[in-house]
Structure formats: C-alpha cells, structure tokens
Design a protein around this ligand. Structure first.
Ligand SMILES: [Zn+2]
Length: 117
C-alpha cells in the first residue's frame, strides 16, 4: 500500500515573497491524499498544502508567512473543494472476485452431485 499526494490545484499569489520580496513568484499548491493498493484506489479527505516561491525557488513554511499570506491562504482554503471520497476497484480485484465466484460455483456443483450420488 502506498500513499500518494496528488496536486488538485495550484494557485499563483500576488503577495510578496518573504524571502526575495518578488510579487510574482509565490505559488500555493493544494494536494489531496490517495491510497493506492493492488485492489483499489481511494481518495481520502486529507489535504496538504505547500507554499513555494518560483522566483527564489524556496519553500515558504508557515512560520515565514506574513499576515497577507495567511489571509489569502485562509481564503483559498475556504474556496477549495476537495474531491469527494471514493473508492475505485482495480481490474485485479474483479478478476479475483470472479475466480472466487467460479470456485464457489464448482464447489456447489460438486457437493450437489456428490449428495445425489
Ligand atoms: Zn522568493
């Protein structure tokens, strides 16, 4: 089982970067967690965010955020609509389920024949 974070939305902010003071480098990325197994792929409601400046190529951690950044972050989080939780079965699951059904059918047929004999 592996966890995967998939970028749902990336927003360019016009706020000053706390590191290089550029006004066109900040980018807020919103990610949602997927759980990928052999049998299924499900979307969780776990959200992770990342602030990054593309001008100075720095990760901007919350402790470096200015009030303006916090305000825009809150706004973006309110506007953000995560994907609905869902679970999708993969082909392998159906193959195994099919095999199980066939095995049961054979067993039932066998038992029935045996009882009649
Ligand atoms: Zn910067």
């Amino acid at each position: 089982m592996k966890d995967q974070w998939i970028t749902i939305k990336a927003v360019s902010l016009i706020n000053n970067c706390p590191e290089c003071y550029s006004t066109d480098g900040l980018e807020l990325t919103l990610k949602q967690e997927f759980i990928d197994t052999k049998f299924s792929k499900s979307i969780t409601q776990n959200i992770s965010t990342q602030m990054h400046c593309t001008t100075c190529n720095t990760e901007i951690y919350p402790e470096r955020w200015t009030e303006d950044i916090e305000r825009i972050y809150d706004y973006q989080m309110k506007a953000f609509e995560p994907k609905q939780s869902s679970k999708k079965m993969k082909p392998l699951f159906w193959v195994l389920l099919g095999s199980a059904a066939i095995t049961i059918a054979i067993l039932v047929a066998f038992i029935t024949t045996y009882k009649l004999a």
